[in-house]
Design a protein. Sequence first.
Length: 273
Amino acid sequence: MRVAMVTGVSSGIGRVTALELGRRGFHLVGAGRSADRTMPVVEQIRSAGGSAEYLELDLMRLSSCLDAARRFVESGRTLELLVNNAAVGGTRGITPDGFEIHFGVNHLGHFMLTMGLGDSIRDGARIVQVTSAAHFNADGIDFERVRERTKSLFGWKEYGTSKLANMLFVRELAKRAPRLHVYGVHPGMTDTNIIPKIAKPFLRGRLFTVEQGADTVIWCATSDEVADQSGLYYRRRESRPPSDAALDDVLANRLWEQSETWCLETGLDSEGP
């Protein structure tokens, strides 16, 4: 059976994606921090005749990301699909490892998970990284500031930086691992927990449903139309040009090397996929 891992399946785009992949015959590994919130999705897939399991993963903690990857590797299975979906947005804080919370969760946690999975991601597998058009709001990455607590009022500046990091990761991973197919997806402005409740009344009629938001994620994960593509940015089932900063090869390489260094300091012993 084909195996797919999706992060953040307890609600929103991740939940819709997980249910659809389960319906399409994947064994779904739902990776998340809370078993209480994730197991209802696992059980829903099972009750519909599918196959699914829960994998504990706290993206705020690099050690948890590495432990989750190692548990999967030790199972002896291979991944056909990895969907790095979970994210935080519009918040403030710092992770236990000392990273600004958006950068630590949205980029570095997924970087550690992906690197830790290593060769268990089989040749020809797909990795879908959920990013955002918010990456256009960041013109670079301040590598000192990502080690500091959130400074902007609602964290949106830092959120944009983390989404730029997502796109740089997509492009660099596609270059370093040509055996894989890697996709960066902007799901659209979707009615999820990323949008603050206070803002939703002002966005009435403009927000995508979670089903609409998940559409391009699922399309990149499964469609034959993108089977031979890698390293691109997608929106509404079309490849689009990302920001100029996302096309900066020097920045992409620096982000990769620095992210790898931080992960090695936390125990990573894999060369990645």
